[in-house]
Design a protein around this ligand. Structure first.
Ligand SMILES: *Cc1c(COP(=O)(O)O)cnc(C)c1O
Ligand code: SF4
Length: 340
């Protein structure tokens, strides 16, 4: 309630489509600007020019970083590093070999009952550890007419009961198109659940407009949203208000997945604080992923035995339901692999 009042005063709870597009367009794309904003010496960091995966940080996300701290856990997730240029054996462009599970354009069918749609190629933020940082999204991007073929695949596969909207970030689409995708999925009678994987409620809460909330209000499908936060500092009042609207008005079950990242959250106390902040905002911890071995992200990796130790310690510090499952994705397994 306090949060809601606070946010309404700031006008955030009723943000409109123009607001989120503006917030998206005015994010930081140059280190000089960000350094000035964070009061950090711009010469203290040498940002490589990465054409394929440039810097992209919404201002609202940057405002949650600690001024003057070059090692801020939010900054480390999104600041390009020269280490990304290191070429290290075993760290490859497509660590999950997803091309093997791509029967029709825009769709990954890897696990029996659920198919994942690469709904939108872009994200509101560029996370430097992203396993899809090298992904060929162009090959999955398509027109509405071609999407109908993708939905035909789902219609024919009666073993499917769940559709996952992913990307990139599916909430980068406008509300009209999202409503169209929803209608197509709803029309397939064996689909019971709609799941959305998105980092937008965390990095661009302005996107959670009244219009978006309305898109998901009237559907027969059960709705799950899996957000992505790695540190408690990511959850501020604006994020809390956006999540409350998704949960209370659109009736999403809210879950979170995190990635275990060196220097960001590789500590049981930090993970406990994250779980508590999420729970206070109505979100249940779901997965804690060990990093996928993608090219350019090796400097974030935590080896599996250290990951297990951190996870065991976390279990000893907090309630069972606040402990996410520690998982690793193994390319050709029937499901994600639970470690510990
Ligand atoms: C991770 C993933 C899913 C979802 O798996 P859950 O264990 O149900 O969260 C579905 N499809 C693909 C291709 C995935 O990578
Ligand atoms: S939001 Fe997700 S898909 Fe997008 S860059 Fe970050 S980790 Fe990758």
């Amino acid at each position: 309630m306090i949060h809601e009042k606070h946010a309404t005063q700031q006008g955030k709870a009723h943000s409109k489509s123009a607001d989120w597009k503006n917030a998206l367009a005015t994010g930081f794309t140059h280190w000089q600007d960000l350094a000035q904003f964070l009061e950090i010496d711009p010469t203290s960091y040498n940002t490589p020019a990465l054409k394929s995966f440039p810097m992209r940080i919404p201002k609202g996300f940057a405002s949650r970083m600690q001024k003057g701290d070059i090692n801020d856990p939010l900054l480390l997730q999104v600041l390009p590093s020269v280490k990304e240029l290191d070429s290290i054996d075993d760290y490859v462009a497509d660590p999950l070999q997803e091309a093997d599970f791509n029967p029709v354009k825009g769709l990954l069918h890897k696990y029996k009952n659920r198919a994942l749609l690469i709904l939108h190629p872009a994200c509101a933020v560029h996370c430097r550890y992203c396993f899809r940082r090298e992904y060929d999204y162009q090959a999955q991007t398509q027109s509405k007419a071609l999407w109908l073929d993708t939905f035909e695949y789902i219609r024919k596969n009666t073993a499917l009961d769940e559709v996952i909207l992913s990307g990139g970030d599916p909430l980068m689409h406008n509300d009209v198109l999202l409503a169209w995708f929803l209608a197509q999925i709803e029309d397939i009678s064996h689909i019971k659940r709609l799941r959305i994987h998105t980092r937008i409620p965390v990095v661009l809460p302005e996107r959670i407009t009244d219009e978006l909330i309305n898109v998901f209000k009237e559907t027969r499908l059960q709705k799950i949203m899996v957000i992505h936060a790695n540190h408690a500092n990511e959850i501020n009042d604006d994020v809390t208000v956006a999540l409350a609207a998704l949960k209370n008005q659109s009736q999403f079950t809210l879950l979170n997945q995190s990635t275990l990242l060196k220097g960001v959250n590789d500590n049981a106390h930090i993970l406990k604080a994250l779980s508590e902040a999420l729970f206070a905002a109505g979100v249940m911890p779901y997965y804690l992923h060990v990093l996928d071995k993608v090219k350019g992200a090796a400097h974030f990796d935590i080896d599996e035995s250290t990951a297990k130790k951190i996870h065991t310690k976390l279990k000893s510090l907090t309630s069972g339901y606040l402990v996410p499952k520690l998982t690793r994705e193994v390319a050709h397994e029937m499901a994600k692999t639970w470690i510990n």
